[in-house]
Design a protein around this ligand. Structure first.
Ligand SMILES: Nc1ncnc2c1ncn2[C@@H]1O[C@H](COP(=O)(O)OP(=O)(O)OP(=O)(O)O)[C@@H](O)[C@H]1O
Ligand SMILES: [Mg+2]
Length: 286
């Protein structure tokens, strides 16, 4: 029966239901190198400081690097979990400010799609660790591979990171289009990164929003912006969150503010679609 599931049916919320519901936020972009991993690392640290229990899942399978960014040295990675040799609880490592990290591993061929059984395994494993987590932040790779769209669809919130470069906008639009047309996603939050000013951020957002409105009939949500900041690559060299090295840097202030806003989002109460809910029941009753 499991093998007969369509990709869509295999989508499911990545967290346990019941009294506690983890907020799952996927950060993605379409284009590579626009700052997803730095956004995830810094938001994770600041969400933790804002009182949230944060777990970061590096879903850039095969090319993961959030561990490197934060100066962590994992013994085991998600590859071990997907191979079935380890549990998620075996691979969790402690990061700065009390965050926890599920490293992806790198150096192996990029895993651009997961099988239904790998999705189920991950879901089941996540349910075991999600009880102690308020926010699960997922860092995806670039592109529109099935792995990327899976993690975006399985989250309650999708943050699309864009820069002002035209290629970033077209790739972000392509990703949103795939998620909208093929996975019926309609809610996207846009975070503009590496811009000079709020004005540039707003202009960049408006271009993407206009295209989504005109061709996909959806309205995007402006989450905010992180300015281009020379201190950020300096923090990367130190393998630390910029908020830990340069507290008053413009990017640090932006991350602190964004984390405050995200920490105030209302808790998710229900799986986001009936299909997912039914699929979830199916897992629990089979
Ligand atoms: N606000 C910023 N100001 C200056 N540099 C930045 C900013 N955000 C990211 N960068 C730089 O951009 C580069 C790419 O960042 P990052 O690795 O986070 O991107 P990514 O989207 O995760 O890339 P990939 O698609 O390869 O996973 C890094 O060298 C980082 O230092
Ligand atoms: Mg990255």
């Amino acid at each position: 029966m499991k093998n007969m599931l369509s990709e869509e049916e295999a989508m499911m919320p990545m967290v346990a239901q019941g009294s506690h519901c983890t907020h799952v936020i996927t950060v993605t972009s379409g284009k590579g190198g626009v700052g997803k991993t730095n956004v995830v690392a810094n938001l994770a640290v600041e969400l933790s400081r804002a009182g949230k229990r944060v777990l970061v899942l590096d879903a850039d399978l095969g090319l993961g690097n959030i561990d490197v960014l934060l100066g962590l040295v994992p013994l085991y990675t998600l590859e071990h979990v997907l191979r079935g040799s380890h549990h998620l609880s075996d691979i969790i490592i402690q990061g700065p400010a009390g965050i926890q990290v599920l490293p992806a591993g790198s150096g192996l061929p990029q895993l651009t799609s997961l099988t239904d059984s790998q999705k189920l395994l991950l879901q089941t494993e996540l349910e075991h660790v999600a009880d102690a987590v308020d926010v699960l932040l997922i860092d995806t790779g670039a592109g529109v591979s099935p792995t990327v769209t899976y993690f975006a669809s399985a989250a309650q919130e999708t943050i699309v990171v864009v820069s002002s470069e035209p290629t970033s906008l077209t790739d972000a639009y392509a990703l949103i289009k795939v998620l909208c047309r093929q996975h019926r996603e309609r809610r996207f939050k846009v975070l503009v990164n590496m811009v000079k000013s709020q004005r540039d951020a707003t202009l960049t957002f408006r271009k993407l929003d206009a295209a989504a409105d005109r061709f996909l009939n959806i309205n995007l949500e402006y989450l905010g912006y992180v300015p281009f900041d020379d201190y950020l690559p300096m923090a990367v060299l130190q393998q630390k969150a910029v908020t830990d090295c340069f507290q008053s840097a413009p990017a640090s202030r932006a991350f602190v503010q964004l984390a405050k806003e995200i920490a105030a989002w209302p808790d998710p109460q229900l799986p986001k679609s009936t299909v997912q809910f039914l699929w979830r029941q199916l897992i629990h009753t089979s």
